[in-house]
Design a protein around this ligand. Structure first.
Ligand SMILES: Cc1ncc(C[n+]2csc(CCOP(=O)(O)OP(=O)(O)O)c2C)c(N)n1
Ligand code: SF4
Ligand SMILES: [Mg+2]
Length: 221
């Protein structure tokens, strides 16, 4: 990290950023990458890594990075976005990027809520999960991003990892970056901690991620 990041203690975002940066350095791509941030807690990654970073509007990081890729194909374009940005307001752009097989990497941090705005229900909120806007528990099935995209984009690399299994996270991010380098679309969804909005502490936060894995299957698709 180049500057002190503003994430809450116990947040999953810094885990994702740390691994991403290490992989980029190992592949000697850190000076040849542009990281786009959506609105949401992803924006707290502003200046966190010593790499080129863009701030975009809510749900618009994918088309922005597609545009950058077209203008500067020599750069690796990465979009960091929350589950709300990816699968609600930004869904249309995400699906079209996948269908066109745009060679960008989309990293979706899935914490099952709109975290930055206070923990409201998101497309990924699980059935029965209580949030401020679903006090009786959600009755909507959660959106399964990589599964939804699979049939639309035959050449894409699609995977789901979790911040509490760093070996797998590392493997999938590595493969996703290699996929972009071979001119194909890649998306890695990461099941991530949000102790602030989940109102969980310590092991309870980790248990919530294990609960998420029963709904959101980790693996490659
Ligand atoms: C066009 C627009 N609509 C709504 C908002 C308010 N807003 C800011 S962040 C956010 C939700 C972010 O949730 P998510 O994408 O899941 O990211 P997280 O904070 O959970 O990482 C919303 C609705 C906004 N900034 N712009
Ligand atoms: S609100 Fe949640 S996702 Fe946002 S920084 Fe805090 S712990 Fe992380
Ligand atoms: Mg979220």
């Amino acid at each position: 990290m180049s500057k002190e990041a503003k994430f809450c203690p116990g947040c999953g975002y810094p885990v994702v950023l740390r691994f991403l940066h290490t992989i980029l350095k190992d592949k000697k791509l850190d000076k040849k990458t542009a990281l786009g941030l959506d609105i949401g807690c992803s924006l707290l990654a502003w200046d966190a890594l010593p790499i080129n970073t863009f701030q975009t509007h809510h749900g618009r990081v994918v088309p922005t990075m597609v545009g950058l890729n077209r203008a500067k194909p020599e750069l690796l374009s990465i979009a960091l976005v929350g589950d709300g940005g990816a699968y609600a307001i930004g869904l249309q752009s995400l699906l079209w990027a996948a269908m066109r097989n745009d060679p960008i990497l989309v990293v979706v941090v899935n914490n099952t809520v709109y975290a930055m705005t206070g923990g409201q229900m998101a497309p990924t909120t699980m059935v029965g999960q209580k949030t401020d806007t679903s006090p009786a528990g959600s009755d909507q099935p959660a959106v399964l991003g990589p599964e939804m995209i699979r049939g639309l984009s035959p050449k894409a690399y699609l995977a789901r990892a979790a911040v509490n299994d760093i070996k797998q996270l590392n493997e999938y991010l590595n493969k996703a970056i290699d996929t972009c380098q071979s001119s194909n679309f890649a998306l890695v969804e990461v099941l991530s901690f949000c102790p602030t909005n989940w109102r969980t502490k310590g092991a309870e936060t980790n248990e919530r991620v294990e609960e998420m894995k029963r709904v959101f299957k980790v693996g490659e698709f």
